[in-house]
Design a protein around this ligand. Sequence first.
Ligand SMILES: [Fe+2]
Length: 158
Amino acid sequence: MSDQSFEAQSQTVQKVAALFDPVIQNLANLALVGKQMHWHVRGATFISVHELLDEIVEHALEHADNAAERVVALGLPVNMTKEAIAQNTSASSVEPKFIQAAAAINIVIGAIDAVRDPLKVAVDELGDLDPVSQDVAIGILGALEKDRWFLHAHISID
Ligand SMILES: [Fe+2]
């Protein structure tokens, strides 16, 4: 990015921020959904799912922090306000009640997939814009897919 003019650089940074904002908002949503399921999960696999969900929430917040701080390091603000999270996340809504483990896992997988979609767009488009930001996005995607596997293994039969 350093060999670009200031105007080109500022346009590039705006594009980077626009690619990371939906990722950050959906990671915040994943953290909210994950905690809600952490508290309310029921069933024979309770303890493993309960503990795994706490790890997934922790990872989601770490990923949001990494993505946000990359944007801020480049000089722009990010938007993880409650309004932005409510407007820009599409994961299924969660009710404040107890839930069986398989259903809880499916809801959290849905929230992970809602991060994965804008994250894959970011990985694709950041390659030409800013490889350092792309590296951040790739790191998040790999870690997120590992968490998805850990969750999915609880309900998969093959
Ligand atoms: Fe807890």
